[in-house]
Structures are given as structure tokens and as C-alpha cells.
Design a protein around this ligand. Structure first.
Ligand code: ADP
Ligand code: MG
Length: 454
């Protein structure tokens, strides 16, 4: 079987393992890709919002999806419901691939799969009464008789904790939590089996969050619902998810049963994400990892592993084993400076500024190289390569310098996309470190420090 999504063919078997998270899957996602701007309207490269994601969601299960803002969570949720057109891969509901459904079949299928949005104020039509808002999906799908629709709406309002007299009120008369209740009632109107909850409590006060989460849990039990719960707040997923998937830059880095994933995260990115949670007791020192550099752009994701530019566990190529950790860290910092500079130069605004003579003034690259390398005795061939790259950057050849440095210092993490490995019962992680020839990530490394003056 060949794949077109950049995942090596031999990875499919292991991907499949990771996907198999439940004996009775309702949703099967395989190699899903959703890009924005693929039509190349602006001549640039597309945003790879979701880029080769595979997993399953069991019937009656809650799968959490976590990751920093912009990593593709909402796009993933919308793609599952076919609210976005996908660029590749499959999304199967009970064996039917919904990515290929025609308009009429899609409309029929959509009754079964709904979405609850983060901000109820943007997903609710303020000019309609609460009753009309909840009834709208029933009208659209011509559900039973008008009298039965009215009855259904009253039942739903009651079930989500609103009162009958709310039927004729307008959403602006309600609090944030009540508005989210309206959104939930609306999503459940057509008795769906599957609901994507996209940060359903992120916009709410902490005291209200718990009430809404409890309501969602009760409704799940009562109606046998299957949820995909998107959150950036890890404590939310920890409470109500059976399994959790961790996304970074359009990729699923790790997936596994919730408690197991929180207790023994295997992927370097999951570890970084978890170590960023402040401990409730500040006197308990955690092994914090501060992620270095800025997150890469999904328009220009790093080659190889998408996390390679920031990974504290990146594998150092064998040929550089003799360098000290300090020397290696300095070389990495040099490369990050060049990478970020290259990105800044590429952005349209900077190009325009450049034309107007307002271009960013960077510290000359040779003085950065001097700061980083002059006091340290690097092997001659390494020093030569760094000098050559410095010259290239000084001549404006940033791309060529990046490529040359990647070939010399990149190693496997920058050369190849890692496949998914089984790292525990029902737990899988996408990292080269899990391959037999490398060491598993062990203790957390020290916080990376900068060698450059501020
Ligand atoms: P998250 O929900 O994790 O914050 P999103 O799925 O909203 O992430 O976005 C993933 C990436 O896709 C981001 O880089 C975002 O800027 C981009 N993106 C999202 N929606 C669109 C769109 N309609 N057009 C172009 N780019 C988009
Ligand atoms: Mg989002």
C-alpha cells in the first residue's frame, strides 16, 4: 500500500496499531489531510493545518484532542464533520467514507454528527429566539411535524437545564454558560450519535466550566453519545476523556488512554506540553522544559519530524558524537537564528518593508557566529562548515545556508518523518527515539539557555 501523505509506507502498520484504540470504533480516521490555500491563489505554499492524521474513536467514548493554538484542532474537528473539504485520507463512520459523500447523502449523514463551538455568541443567531435557534436544525431536516418539533425543543431545553419560559427569549438575555446550554441543545436536536466539542468551556468562568462539563457527561450517558473533545486546557481533558491525542503542527504526535498518557508521556512534545502546566503547589519544582524558538509556520513546516526545530531530545548525528553538549547547543542556536531570519525575510510584510527601505536590521551574522563559536574549540571541519554558512548568510543566501547546515548537522530527525510506534498498551507515539537503534527519551534535559546576549 502506498501513501501520498509523506508517511513512509512501512509506517502504515504501526499507524494502524495506533488507530486501533477501541474494540468497537464508530469513527475511523486514516491519513487525513486538510490544507488551506491549496488552490495557490496567492502563489504561496498551502497551510498544512491537518497533515496525515490517523486514529479511531470508539462508540460511546470521549477522545480528547489537545495542542497549542494553531496546531489544527478545529480544522480536524471540522474535517471529520465534512465542514471542510479534505485534501486526502479517509474519515469512516460505521464503514462509510464520508469524505466522498455527495450533497444529498452528506445532508442526511450530517444529522448524525454535530458540533458545539467554543464561543456560543458567534455560533448563535442573536436575532432568533432561543426556541427558534434550537428548532432550526429540525426545520432544516424536515423533522416530523411542527407540533412534534415544538415538543422536542421543550424537552431539549429542559434536558440542558433551561426553563420553558426561555423559549421566547433572545440569546443576549443569557449568561455565557446558559448560551452554551443553548448551543448544546441545538447540537442534540437531531439525536446525533457523534458530537465534536470544540473548546466548549474555554470562554466560560471556571465555576461554570464544571457545570457544563458535567452536563455533557450526563447527556453522553443518557443518549449514548460519542465525543471528540477539543481543548487547550489539559485539566479539562484529564477529567472527562477516555483517551487523548496530542497534536503539533498538523500531526498527531501521541495518543493513548488519558491517565496513562498523563503519567507516562512518551513523546518529547507531550512531555514539553505537560511540563508547561504549573504545579498547584509552587514549592514542588517540576522538570520544566521551555520550548526553544518560535513555533514554525504550518505553511513551511520543518522537514523530517515537525517538532525537530524545538525538540529537547533531538538525536545528534553519530559523526558529531565528539562535540560537547555545549558546542552542540551553540550550533543548534546558530541554526535557529538563521531559520528565523529566513522566515522573517520570506514574509510578505517584510518584503514590502524591504522595498520601502524599512527592512528589519539584524545583527550581522558574523558577529553572531563570533559570539557563539569564538571561545570554543570546534573541530576544524565543523568550523569550516559553519564559516561557509556564515558567508552564505552574509551574501543573503539564507536558503542555501539552511540546506547546507541541515545536511551536515540535521540528522535523522530532520531527514525523515518518524512513524508511529507502540509505546504502551493502547499508546502510540511518533518519534525516532522509539526506534530500536536510538535511546528512548529518558530524564528531562536541562532547560535550554541562550548563548547570545539579549
Ligand atoms: P487550532 O484550532 O488548533 O487553534 P486551527 O485548526 O484553527 O487550529 O488552525 C490550524 C492552522 O490553519 C492555523 O495555522 C490557522 O491559521 C490555519 N487556518 C485555520 N482556518 C483557516 C482558514 N479558513 N483559511 C486559512 N488558514 C486557516
Ligand atoms: Mg481552534
Amino acid at each position: 500500500m502506498t501513501r501520498t501523505d509523506g508517511v513512509p509506507a512501512d509506517a502504515v502498520g504501526t499507524d494502524r496499531y495506533a488507530a486501533r484504540g477501541h474494540p468497537d470504533p464508530l469513527v475511523v480516521v486514516d491519513g487525513l489531510r486538510t490544507y488551506y490555500g491549496s488552490e495557490k491563489l496567492f502563489g504561496g505554499s498551502p497551510v498544512k493545518a491537518v497533515d496525515g492524521v490517523s486514529f479511531e474513536i470508539g462508540r460511546g467514548e470521549t477522545l480528547g484532542i489537545v495542542g497549542e493554538s494553531g496546531c489544527g484542532k478545529t480544522t480536524l474537528g471540522r474535517s471529520l464533520l465534512r465542514l471542510e473539504d479534505v485534501d486526502g485520507g479517509r474519515v469512516e463512520f460505521e464503514g462509510t467514507d464520508v469524505t466522498t459523500l455527495g450533497r444529498r447523502e452528506l445532508k442526511r449523514w450530517r444529522r448524525n454528527a454535530q458540533m458545539v463551538y467554543q464561543d456560543p455568541t458567534t455560533s448563535i443567531n442573536e436575532r432568533l429566539t432561543v426556541g427558534r435557534i434550537v428548532r432550526e436544525p429540525l426545520d432544516v431536516h424536515d423533522w416530523k411535524t411542527p407540533a412534534e418539533r415544538r415538543e422536542r425543543v421543550s424537552t431539549l431545553l429542559d434536558r440542558v437545564g433551561l426553563r420553558p419560559e426561555h423559549y421566547h427569549r433572545y440569546p443576549h438575555q443569557f449568561s455565557g454558560g446558559q448560551r452554551q446550554r443553548i448551543g448544546i441543545a441545538r447540537a442534540l436536536a437531531l439525536e446525533p450519535e457523534f458530537v465534536v466539542l470544540d473548546e466548549p468551556v474555554s470562554a466560560l468562568d471556571v465555576s461554570v466550566q464544571a457545570k457544563i462539563l458535567n452536563l455533557l457527561a450526563d447527556l453522553q450517558e443518557e443518549f449514548g453519545l460519542t465525543y471528540m473533545l477539543i481543548a487547550h486546557d489539559l485539566s479539562v481533558v484529564r477529567h472527562i476523556c477516555d483517551r487523548v491525542g496530542v497534536m503539533y503542527l498538523g500531526k498527531l504526535m501521541e495518543i493513548g488512554p488519558t491517565e496513562q498518557l498523563f503519567r507516562s508521556p512518551s513523546n518529547p512534545y507531550t512531555r514539553s506540553l505537560l511540563s508547561a502546566i504549573p504545579h498547584p503547589d509552587p514549592s514542588v519544582g517540576t522538570d520544566r522544559i521551555t520550548l526553544r524558538g518560535t513555533p514554525p509556520s504550518p505553511r513551511d513546516p520543518p522537514s523530517g519530524c515537525v517538532f525537530s526545530t524545538r525538540c529537547p531530545y533531538k538525536i545528534r548525528p553519530e559523526e558529531h558524537a565528539a562535540l560537547t553538549d555545549d558546542q552542540w547547543a551553540r550550533i543548534e542556536e546558530f541554526r535557529n537564528v538563521i531559520r528565523e531570519r529566513d522566515r522573517a525575510e520570506e514574509s510578505l510584510i517584510d518584503r514590502l518593508k524591504g522595498r520601502l527601505g524599512l527592512g528589519r536590521r539584524f545583527t550581522p551574522i558574523d558577529s553572531i557566529a563570533a559570539d557563539l563559536f569564538d571561545g570554543t574549540a570546534l573541530p576544524e571541519d565543523v568550523r569550516d562548515d559553519l564559516d561557509r554558512a556564515t558567508e552564505l548568510v552574509a551574501d543573503g543566501e539564507l536558503g542555501t545556508a539552511r540546506t547546507a547546515l541541515a545536511e551536515r548537522f540535521g540528522g535523522v530527525c530532520e531527514a525523515d518523518a518518524p512513524s508511529q510506534h507502540r509505546v504502551g498498551d493502547g499508546q502510540a507515539s511518533r518519534c525516532h527515539r522509539h526506534a530500536a537503534e536510538y535511546d528512548e527519551p529518558a530524564a528531562l534535559p536541562d532547560e535550554p539557555e541562550s548563548f547570545l546576549p539579549e
